[in-house]
Design a protein around this ligand. Structure first.
Ligand SMILES: [Zn+2]
Length: 288
């Protein structure tokens, strides 16, 4: 099954794929271990910064090795590609999905670049995710109140989204309906009515970024309203850092392969909890 078929199956059966950011080998190992336990279809992704740290080709080769070893449907995504050139590089490198984040551009410019990327990507069976309205917040814990950050953005307008999707023929739309990157003292609430209208008016897949900080019930409601991809990054980063700090505190150990297993286990635990929440556990049926 290719990415299109995997996402179509998720939408028709009412579950979502977790899209987990992996900035290094250990997080990739954690995600793969979780996927093996849960037998879930999954998306593993790198932002531009993570791809630069890991090496785009290194990341894709490592995932390909795991794919062959596990025979599981593990898709790769280039997350929040900042421009045409970076996304073209990701298409050439062979990611299964590429997210072009043109939300900072004037609308017509965003349409133009997204459309060009769609044409190029579809020749290689790669899907393009697009973004019109900036999903605010950063992938870290924030002391700020979610409401004050939500108020600074503009939520996705269903009519505008329908126009954008029909002009660009993008495969996935990253919606902004109150979802924020990062985690907050109080979880941001989603505008589910708006999400329902968007779902009714546009034919493409929907993604929900900011899966770390949202309420479980909001995520599950969003999946019922057509979301097939939920992005998770912050919680993995926090689990990695906190566990690493705990392991190193007072330890004389210097062998990295002895330091890392508890760190990997902590990240794996977060990934498995998310897979269960998204309903994709035991849904892996074929290799890609
Ligand atoms: Zn995002």
């Amino acid at each position: 099954m290719n990415a299109q078929e995997i996402l179509t199956k998720a939408r028709s059966e009412g579950y979502a794929l977790g899209a987990f950011n992996a900035g290094n080998l250990e997080i990739t190992q954690a995600v793969v271990a979780a996927v093996q336990n849960q037998q879930a279809p999954i998306i593993i992704e790198t932002s531009a910064g993570e791809a630069e740290h890991f090496g785009m080709k290194n990341f894709l080769s490592v995932v390909e090795n795991f794919r062959q070893e596990t025979k599981l449907p593990i898709l790769t995504n280039f997350d929040h590609g900042p421009g045409l050139e970076e996304c073209q590089r990701a298409i050439e490198a062979g990611y299964n999905l590429v997210h072009f984040d043109g939300s900072g551009l004037p609308y017509e410019e965003n349409v133009k670049i997204t459309k060009a990327l769609v044409e190029q990507a579809h020749q290689k069976d790669i899907l393009i995710e697009a973004e019109i309205d900036k999903i605010l917040g950063e992938s870290r814990y924030s002391e700020e109140q979610a409401e004050s950050i939500q108020a600074m953005g503009s939520y996705t307008e269903p009519v505008k989204a329908a126009d954008f999707v029909s002009q660009t023929e993008c495969d996935i739309l990253a919606v902004f309906v109150g979802n924020l990157h990062g985690t907050y003292p109080t979880s941001p609430k989603l505008d589910l009515e708006r999400l329902q209208t968007i779902h009714q008016q546009i034919p493409c897949f929907l993604s929900l970024h900011g899966g770390s900080g949202l309420l479980a019930e909001d995520i599950q409601a969003a999946i019922k309203l057509g979301v097939v991809k939920v992005n998770v990054n912050t919680e993995l980063r926090l689990a990695f850092k906190e566990t690493l700090e705990n392991v190193l505190r007072g330890s004389e150990e210097v062998a990295i392969y002895k330091i890392m297993p508890p760190v990997i286990a902590a990240v794996q635990k977060v990934v498995e909890e998310k897979i269960e929440l998204f309903g994709s556990s035991q849904k892996a049926i074929a290799n890609v």
